[in-house]
Write a protein that binds this ligand. Structure first.
Ligand code: BG6
Length: 513
């Protein structure tokens, strides 16, 4: 599969020209640039999806000579690219890479950058669209945007091929107020059509397929509602702990790091109404509407829609791992959660009385991201008689990662002379049908931003709607500190109270215990 064209590419270059571009990565000496961004750009080049006139400028505080930057990006590709480094392609890409160092709040650095871009335009003999990729710690988001505005860099000619664009990594704010402020700062410099807020989950193939599965198949939509669905469970579980990211993570926690963004996007795509069309605004309008329809979460002691917990030591793959409090950079009085579970109620006609349970945690038993739609039992169940039959609930599982696919759990008769039944599974696996080596999320997202297609990016009002829902939870936890913060052993499926939250309504997590 290494060299053949993936189905992803069929017809793509034909229809989607990318205007000549210069991509400036702020935070170019950071981890994300090496692990994801530059490998993605390299792979776009392998697939011939970059324009002929293309240049990449790394921008960072550290002073790095161009040659050293190129050499470290070569190592990054060797280490992290899904495809091996090919000499002739790499030579072309490396020749169009350079580095600029400056303090992020120093306007002079941006004036230098502007001169460099002018020189590039002169040498290419045409204007370039300027793509500013902000992949820095969040404390410098605002100075960067303001400097882009004050310098000549953020052209406002939106709607044209050479319009500047800004791509912003998470975290987008740390609560509603800071997100609103960041939106205001951005919108003073850029039109919303020029803003691309990244949520890398939206770049995952399986997440994009959700809309296709829901709206291109006539069999699902009629049963995708409270008449047939008993509950929805969304799990985003990781085996990894916080590793060397303790400094960042302790100021964040599972609710901010995973639930507010990635998991809420999965909720929105699962629960939204059909958009009017595939146009980015129609899709994002529907996502905002459904997030806004989620009822405020109950935070009482007896009646709570939220659970939080932190990992203790335990076994992962048979090896003893440290408790969160013993990880590097974690203060002993930390009350940061590494696991959060929420029970959402969506106040609309489609989802009346259907709980959406969502959870995300680190150091869990298994790495899995999945959406499980659990269906109601038949209205009259012939097979309920005296507990003789082992009837199971029908469940549709959309496996986001790993082993991407869709599984339908059904009841089936065990062949034999008497009627006995057993749950069976019908599987569809992306890798079996389409082959492996699919493009990484960042390839799709960077390509879409260069084209100017915002469908897979979060709109300002979307992020605010999501913060609005979780803000009271953050405030409550801030006030109650360790009170109510449970422990779960590393390598388990999380705390007991999470199971109890589901049991209240007679439900169970798909994986528990
Ligand atoms: C990031 C979080 O956004 O997503 C990390 O900051 C997390 O804490 C990561 O590990 C998970 O992404 P993926 O693609 O591995 O599921």
């Amino acid at each position: 599969m290494e060299d053949s064209r993936h189905p992803f590419l069929e017809g793509l270059s034909k229809h989607r020209g990318v205007a000549p571009a210069v991509v400036v990565i702020f935070g170019a000496s950071g981890d994300l640039t090496a692990r994801k961004l530059v490998p993605a750009i390299y792979n776009l080049s392998v697939d011939n999806l970059l324009p002929n006139e293309f240049h990449l400028i790394g921008f960072g505080r550290k002073s790095i000579p161009d040659e050293a930057f190129r050499a470290s990006m070569e190592d990054a590709i060797k280490q992290h690219s899904r495809r091996t480094l090919r000499g002739e392609i790499w030579q072309r890409v490396r020749a169009e890479m350079s580095y600029t160092s400056s303090d992020y709040a120093d306007l002079k650095g941006y004036e230098e950058l502007a001169k460099k871009i002018d020189a590039l335009e002169a040498s290419f003999g045409r204007p370039l669209q300027r793509i500013f990729y902000i992949s820095t710690p969040p404390n410098v988001f605002e100075p960067i945007i303001e400097c882009l505005g004050k310098s000549r860099l953020a052209k406002t000619n939106h709607g044209t091929q050479t319009a500047s664009k800004v791509i912003i990594e998470k975290p987008f704010g740390r609560d509603l107020k800071s997100a609103q402020r960041l939106n205001r700062v951005i919108n003073q410099v850029f039109d919303e059509s020029q803003v691309f807020r990244i949520d890398h989950y939206l770049g995952k193939e399986t997440v994009q397929d959700l809309l296709v599965q829901r709206f291109a198949n006539a069999i699902f939509e009629p049963i995708w509602n409270h008449n047939y669905v008993e509950c929805v469970q969304i799990t985003v579980a990781e085996k990894l702990g916080v590793g060397s990211r303790g400094g960042y993570y302790d100021g964040s926690g599972a609710l901010r790091d995973m639930i507010q963004n990635h998991t809420m996007q999965l909720v929105a795509l699962t629960a939204m109404e059909a958009p009017k069309s595939l146009d980015p605004e129609s899709i994002r309008d529907e996502k905002v509407k459904v997030i806004q329809a989620i009822q405020p979460l109950k935070l009482g002691v007896d009646q709570s829609d939220v659970v939080r917990a932190r990992y203790a030591s335990g076994l992962i793959d048979g090896k003893e791992v440290a408790a969160y409090l013993d990880e590097e950079g974690i203060p002993k009085d930390s009350f940061t959660e590494t696991y959060a579970a929420l029970r959402l109620k969506i106040d609309n006609a489609r989802w009346k009385n259907v709980p959406f349970y969502i959870r995300s945690g680190k150091r869990m038993a298994r790495r899995t991201s999945e959406i499980a739609i659990r269906f109601k039992r038949p209205p009259v169940n012939l097979f309920s008689e005296g507990g003789r039959f082992n009837v199971t609930d029908n469940t549709m599982v959309i496996q986001i990662q790993p082993n991407e696919g869709i599984t339908l759990v059904m009841n089936s008769k065990i062949p034999g002379l008497e009627t006995r039944m057993q749950p069976v599974k019908m599987h569809f696996r992306y890798a079996t049908t389409f082959g492996s080596n699919t493009p990484e999320a960042y390839e799709r997202l960077i390509l879409d931003a260069m084209i100017g297609d915002g469908t897979l990016f979060i709109r300002g009002d979307e992020t605010e709607a999501s913060w609005k829902l979780i803000d009271p939870v953050l405030q409550h936890w801030e006030a109650t500190k360790c009170d109510g913060l449970e422990l779960y052993p590393s390598g388990s499926w999380g705390p007991k109270s999470s199971d109890a939250m589901l049991n209240e309504k007679g439900h169970e997590w798909r994986h528990s215990g």
